[in-house]
Design a protein around this ligand. Structure first.
Ligand code: NAP
Ligand code: MG
Length: 500
């Protein structure tokens, strides 16, 4: 049993779960790694070890894939009445909801985010996703198609599950990312092998128990803990996998594409971003200030859609920068389970070092620090102060690259010509999200059309809903998560034609 260092504020139930001898779910059984190996899970608020989890390697991946293959080819899940699949997905939602506090505590402990945020955002959004997809299970249908060549045929399409799906997720919203992936794949009748992020396996392991309890049959869902290279890579490359769905860095996304080439499995990717938030001079300034601050500081900036490039019209530049900087300076850093916490630590030492080195590189290249900076002043844990940089230029690393931390670059614009500001906003390899802050309806819609990104928010940012498709243009990804659109990720289309 691991040495435990659990925050004294967590409930007994959460502490008990953290202290269990963690097992992966393979073929309906909770099992250790074949090698017996485990790896540590850290508390980012202290840097101490919370517990250990199994380290899946190629052999475990193979067992999980064989189980999912059997479950798809012979098992009940794809053959079950859609209403029964829907009922099980709904039950998963109910069970998560019943354990909201436990899931929120686990997420806060493991990832570092404030408990209050996990409780009102991560967990309810997860519940909604399972419920929303429970509804889709009974509504997957093809079309009857009149042939353009004439009436001598009767043609229709069938939508069928794509098969065995490998899913690989990151650590920023561990439970929610699992739900975004699992719920639609399961609604479509696919079977799944899910690899959790090494930094944050705890809510996913608890979810595995919940899915088992809800009645997901053996092999239909398999949940692995392990590293990217040791478990993710063999999973993405496995010949018996029909499809890989990945969320994470653009860099690893490219590796996934290569790994998938062996058997030409289908691929969808939800990757990084460098999303612009654009404030026009006629915006409601208070709303724009608090909204753009939250666009970057929510979840400590560890959001693929974080509003990390803040373009502000020169007429209101000083006012908005001052407002966002004041908010940044007032944010209280504390462990996620501390009731006073407004921002917790970043997820890991690696991420902490990466974000601090970006801030330092910005300063070295001439950026000015309006709030925050590389020194957090917190004694231990992976804390980074919310940071506002000005005096940047478009070629700086801090402006071009995804930092994935609470760091925003504020840039003035004076252009009256909307095309000029759109050109700057679109000037990255990414195209995930954006927000526009204005009272001018026409301008809002012009910008919405001109931005090359999968999401445009007007006078808001980071609004998510199970019904809204989310995903990237350009190097931000392939395919969409959520909404009706996500079903395309997990379905094949078959055309049936009958000669009359
Ligand atoms: P990452 O390396 O892309 O990790 C995402 C997932 O892919 C994890 O489960 C990871 O395993 C796995 N993985 C890593 N290498 C793999 C490989 N060769 N084959 C298959 N799977 C592999 O992201 P990260 O290291 O956590 O974070 C690095 C950067 O990615 C961040 O700084 C941020 O810029 C970006 N990021 C973006 C998102 C997003 O939502 N777009 C989310 C997280 C991070 P492990 O368990 O070993 O991590
Ligand atoms: Mg990684």
């Amino acid at each position: 049993m691991a040495t435990l260092s659990i925050d004294p504020r967590v409930s007994g139930r959460t502490a008990d779960f953290v202290a269990t001898d963690h097992r992966m779910l393979i073929d309906g059984r909770f099992v250790p790694a074949a090698s017996g190996k485990t790896f540590p899970v850290y508390n980012p608020a202290t840097g101490e070890i919370l517990t250990h989890v199994p380290e899946a390697e190629a052999e475990d991946v193979n067992r999980a894939v064989l189980a999912a293959r059997r479950a798809f080819d012979e098992g009940p899940w794809p053959r079950m009445a859609p209403s029964e699949r829907g009922r099980i997905l709904w039950k998963i939602a109910d069970l998560i909801e019943q354990h909201t506090d436990e899931f929120a505590e686990l997420e806060s402990l493991d990832n570092g985010k404030p408990f209050a945020v996990a409780r009102v955002a991560d967990v309810p959004l997860t519940v909604d996703m399972f419920r929303y997809m429970a509804g889709w299970a009974t509504k997957i249908s093809g079309k009857t198609l009149p042939l353009s060549a004439g009436y001598d045929f009767h043609s229709y399409t069938l939508r069928e599950p794509i098969g065995v799906v490998a899913q690989i997720i990151p650590w920023n919203f561990p439970l929610l990312m699992a739900a975004w992936k699992l719920a639609p794949a399961l609604a479509c009748g696919c079977t799944v092998i899910l690899k959790l992020a090494e930094q944050t396996p705890l809510t996913g392991l608890r979810l595995a128990q919940v899915m088992d309890e809800a009645g997901v049959p053996a092999g239909a869902v398999n949940v692995l803990t392990g590293f990217g290279e040791g478990a993710g890579a063999p999973l993405a490359a496995h010949d018996l996998v029909d499809k890989v769905a990945f969320t994470g860095s653009t860099e690893v996304g490219k590796l996934i594409v290569k790994a998938a080439a062996g058997n030409l499995k289908k691929v969808t990717l939800e990757l990084g971003g460098k999303s612009p938030a654009i404030v026009f001079p006629d915006a409601k300034i208070d709303q724009a200030v608090s909204g753009t601050a939250s666009a970057i500081f929510f979840n400590h900036g560890q959001c693929c859609c974080a509003g990390s490039r803040l373009y502000i019209h020169e007429k209101v530049f000083d006012q908005v920068v001052e407002g966002v900087s004041n908010i940044a300076s007032d944010i209280k850093l504390a462990p996620g389970l501390d009731p006073s916490c407004q921002m917790g630590p970043l997820v890991s030492d690696e991420q902490y070092r990466k974000v601090v080195s970006y801030i330092e590189s910005g300063i070295a290249e001439g950026a000015r620090v309006q709030a925050g900076g590389p020194v957090s002043g917190v004694e231990r844990g992976y804390f980074v102060r919310p940071t506002v940089l000005t005096n940047t230029n478009p070629r700086m690393k801090v402006v071009q690259e995804e930092i994935f931390g609470p760091v925003v670059c504020a840039v003035p614009f004076g252009d009256k010509d909307v095309d000029a500001i759109l050109k700057r906003a679109n000037d990255t390899v990414f195209g995930l999200a954006s927000s526009v802050w204005t009272q001018d309806l026409s301008m809002a819609h012009k910008v919405a059309r001109g931005i090359r990104a999968g999401t445009v928010w007007v006078n808001c940012h980071n609004v998510f809903d199970a019904s809204l498709p989310f995903g990237g243009y350009k190097q931000s990804g392939w395919g969409r998560e959520m909404g009706e659109e996500v079903l395309n990720n997990y379905l094949e289309t078959k055309a049936v034609t009958v000669a009359l």
